[in-house]
Design a protein around this ligand. Structure first.
Ligand code: PMV
Length: 322
């Protein structure tokens, strides 16, 4: 059996993070940074995972599934899930090489899980429907990460832009994305999604009558934003990003480092800027006209540990012909 390489894109949440956890819609777009996963069936009775980014190799014996630990467990679980689907147990060598910054909220682990399920199933002779790839990656993510909302595996599988509502699934949007860029800037502060989600939910439980209207407002904002995205109305989309950031600040997930980056982007010409993902650290996203991007990037560089420029990525998971 020969090896297969698949890749899947990372994402940014443009609107609706946190509020999505309690049933409001959110919008995420796939970005032009991909995770590449190569899977090769072997004669052994273990899954061996090598991560180029972490320069780390870990092995997972197939007959000791319950004792798997280690950083690469999610990858082994994703491969194992695909193996069960293919009804073929075999050793595997898995090689990961990702352009998506890990732990950044840009969906790195879901992109790796999706590409792993895709490559493993193809390597075992199984052509899965994309929905199945997404579902299996979600199952694998759940085993390791608790209860993710499902945005990350969906966007990594399908690419483009989606509006997502928990329990209802997603619709694919048709954004017009011309003449603008997304600039991402890292606060350099680590973030913990589970912790931030718990904190926001605790606040909501304490002050339901105050927080409910904020959630309602966030939901309305997403519906409006989806229409603006499809019209290519980036002036107004930027305004909604700023409002969305205000709502996220209200529920306590901004920090002074995030505020500094958000305001730096806005003062230097961004159409809108907000934190993206869980907050508490991590990245901000700024929507910029192409002509203004250089100025905004160089201003952000003086405060951010890393600045990235990304485009919308239309293609979700795919097999690489290499
Ligand atoms: O920062 P991330 O990509 O882990 O995003 C978390 C987004 C939340 O809405 C806060 C949680 C979720 O599961 O959707």
């Amino acid at each position: 059996m020969s090896w297969i390489t698949s890749s899947a894109p990372g994402k940014v949440i443009l609107f609706g993070e946190h509020f999505v956890v309690e049933g409001q819609p959110a919008i995420a777009i796939a970005v032009s940074l991909r995770a590449y996963v190569t899977v090769e069936p072997t004669q052994s009775d273990e899954i061996k995972v090598y991560s180029k980014n972490f320069d780390l190799t870990e092995t997972f014996p197939l007959n000791q599934r319950d004792s798997w630990t280690g950083k690469m467990t999610p990858v082994a679980v994703a491969a194992y899930t695909a193996m069960l689907e293919a009804d073929k147990k075999t050793g595997l060598n898995i090689h990961i090489d990702s352009q998506i910054p890990p732990g950044s909220g840009m969906g790195s682990s879901a992109a790796v899980a999706v590409a792993t399920v895709h490559a493993t199933s193809l390597a075992l002779g199984l052509q899965l429907d994309p929905r199945k790839v997404s579902d299996l990656a979600y199952e694998a993510e759940k085993v390791v990460h608790g209860k993710p909302s499902g945005i990350d595996n969906t966007i990594a599988t399908f690419g483009g832009a989606i509006a997502y509502r928990k329990g209802e699934g997603f619709i694919q949007l048709k954004p017009i994305f011309r003449g603008v860029k997304l600039v991402l800037a890292d606060t350099g502060k680590p973030r913990n999604t589970g912790e931030m989600v718990r904190r926001v939910l605790a606040l909501k439980n304490t002050y339901p009558s105050i927080l409910d209207p904020i959630y309602y407002s966030a939901g309305k904002l997403v519906v409006e934003a989806a229409q603006l995205l499809e019209k290519g109305d980036y002036e107004n989309l930027g305004i909604l990003m700023n409002i969305n950031h205000g709502l996220l600040s209200a529920v306590g997930v901004s920090t002074k480092e995030i505020e500094l980056l958000v305001h730096t982007a806005r003062e230097n010409g961004a159409l809108g800027a907000k934190l993206t993902g869980a907050g508490g650290g991590g990245y901000i996203v700024a929507l910029c006209r192409e002509n203004d991007a250089e100025k905004i990037i160089s201003a952000l560089r003086s405060h951010a540990t890393s600045v990235l420029t990304v485009n919308l990525e239309e293609t979700g998971v795919r097999k690489e012909n290499i």
